[in-house]
Unconditional design. Sequence first.
Length: 153
Amino acid sequence: MLISNISIENFRCYYGTSSIAFNSNGKITLIYGDSGYGKSSFLQFFRWMFYNDPDFGKTDDKPLFNLMAYNECKIGEIIKVSGQIDFTHLGISYRLIKEQSWSVALKAANAVLKKTEYQLLTEGEDGGYHPFSGNVADQINTILPKGLSKYFL
């Protein structure tokens, strides 16, 4: 699997929309930084996107959404958390899209998940992306098995 682009919106420490385009000439991409700058959240983003399992650990009480973006909303408004991963596997180009909408409450711990949209698209001969016709979870697990992902994500 080769990842070409990633877009993250309001996921944990990622405020607003952040995008990364990866090198496509076969070189390795290294992600590094000081403690507290989002490396673990970046890996959790992949687990959330691929398996709906962000694996925050038992002692992590932080929400999925970005707290700064959440605090800018009024009670009853909706905050959106989303992501997109464009990747190629065995010559097929995929686009994985996920979006969750949360209703803002007085406290972040009381926010209510309103909606989750999850789709896998494949690139067609026309150059556009079209909905994958099979079981998305099964296809993702075929591309990168969840058990194996522990060693990569």
